[in-house]
Design a protein around this ligand. Structure first.
Ligand SMILES: Cc1cc2nc3c(=O)[nH]c(=O)nc-3n(C[C@H](O)[C@H](O)[C@H](O)COP(=O)(O)OP(=O)(O)OC[C@H]3O[C@@H](n4cnc5c(N)ncnc54)[C@H](O)[C@@H]3O)c2cc1C
Length: 380
């Protein structure tokens, strides 16, 4: 399909539904969840009821109805309300990517029903205390034992973590062989030997769960290995390439929320006898925010469109994520600036948005890692 700049009627109808849901159900509760750090189960259940908890599932499981463009559009709308609440479906989708790309239909039938039909959660368990950006350097081991593998290791910073029903775990057959010796496994969290360590207390996204996952002699049937032995690293990179536009759209959503709040505030707040919106300094900040949000939106739209056209491009995915995440940090910082002292206070949402936006430059590959990918591509 040629690239256009309009959503389909179905996508527009969905956008309207999600926007209404965010205005009525997310925005009124986001502050309390941020303060309490309580996991937002009622909101997660509502997103499941809306059918937006795992939108990248195969069609058989009612996913991909709106394409990656529609999916990112929904992510943007959700994140306009609250990144902490929206991150749960995003984590479901990231965890499902290796299964989607490398799994058999039988494996899909194992993985998807609990998420898509029962509303349970999934988690992507790759990062370790000693290996974050350097995925090839991870240590969690998978030793073959007849028809089984025995998994041992510790994962950290795992979103959805202890609330997840299933994990997608990356482990190594032989650490000395680096990226060539890794495989993904689907692991039920009720399996003997799976436990959860500490939950992180974070700067932002405070109501989302971020857990340590401990795998102690976890016995997993070989049927749970995704792809061939050694396919893991390639699948992890494929997962990141297709999920980075999701994070780009999340960044646009957070920035859009901050922009709208700061714009409306600027029209009301008076200083020196005038609305602060009449000062060029404030107008220029708002103009920069609007311009950069639009540029970032165009980038995620192109990256998502490439995914829909089966033309996944690692450099474009990285560009969309890096540009939008860095933009979001600037936009939310400027939103705080526009609100002055009130922007610094927790009663005003832009303070939370600025804290939330920092993670967008860190997870699913830091902004430095994205630049490494882009650098490699432009020099190839
Ligand atoms: C809230 C939260 C949720 C997360 N969710 C998940 C999840 O669900 N699943 C999961 O697997 N992981 C998750 N992560 C982990 C996240 O993906 C990692 O934190 C991230 O990839 C960075 O790894 P690191 O923290 O080990 O930092 P490091 O890799 O130690 O990097 C530290 C710094 O060094 C820089 N750096 C590293 N290597 C290079 C290089 N070669 N060149 C230049 N600079 C470099 C980095 O950019 C960064 O600034 C989450 C993290 C957080 C905080």
């Amino acid at each position: 399909m040629a690239f256009g700049f309009t959503y389909t009627d179905d996508q527009l109808a969905l956008q309207k539904t999600v926007r209404k849901f965010v205005d009525n159900e997310i925005i009124p509760v986001r502050h309390d969840y941020d303060e309490s750090e309580e996991f937002p189960w009622p909101e997660v259940k509502k997103m499941f009821d809306l059918g937006i908890n795992c939108m990248n599932a195969p069609e058989k499981y009612n996913g991909m109805v709106f394409g990656n463009v529609g999916l990112c559009m929904v992510v943007e709308e959700l994140c306009r309300g609250c990144l902490g609440i929206a991150i749960t479906p995003l984590a479901n989708m990231l965890a499902s990517e290796p299964v989607l790309y490398g799994g058999t239909e039988e494996q899909w039938d194992y993985w998807y029903p609990s998420i898509c039909e029962e509303g349970k959660l999934a988690a992507y368990a790759v990062t370790e205390p000693g290996a974050g950006s350097d995925v090839a350097g991870l240590s969690t081991s998978c030793k073959k034992d007849g028809d089984y593998y025995i998994l041992n290791g510790t994962k950290c910073f795992i979103t959805n973590g202890k609330h997840a029903d299933k994990l997608c775990v990356l482990a190594t057959h032989d650490k000395s062989q680096g990226s060539r010796a890794q495989s993904f496994f689907m692991v039920d969290t009720k399996t003997e030997g799976v436990s959860f360590g500490k939950s992180e207390h974070k700067m932002g996204m405070r109501c989302s769960e971020t857990s340590e996952v401990i795998l102690d002699n976890v016995k997993v049937n070989k049927k749970m290995r995704i792809g061939e032995e050694g396919d893991g690293f390639k699948l992890a990179m494929k997962a990141f390439n297709s999920s980075r536009p999701f994070i780009a759209s999340a960044s646009v959503g957070v920035a859009q929320g901050a922009f709208e709040y700061a714009r409306d505030y600027a029209k009301e707040r008076k200083a020196f006898g005038k609305n602060i919106a009449s000062f060029q300094a404030i107008q220029f900040m708002l103009a920069d925010m609007a311009m950069e949000i639009e540029a970032s939106r165009l980038l995620w739209q192109k990256a998502a469109w490439l995914l829909d056209e089966k033309l996944m491009a690692a450099d474009l995915s990285a560009m969309s994520k890096c540009f939008a995440a860095d933009m979001c940090m600037r936009a939310t910082t400027n939103a705080v600036q526009i609100l002055g002292g009130y922007g610094f206070c927790r009663d005003y949402p832009v303070e939370k948005m600025m804290r939330d936006s920092k993670i967008l430059q860190i997870f699913e590959g830091t902004s430095q890692v994205q630049r490494m990918i882009i650098g490699r591509s432009v020099l190839a």
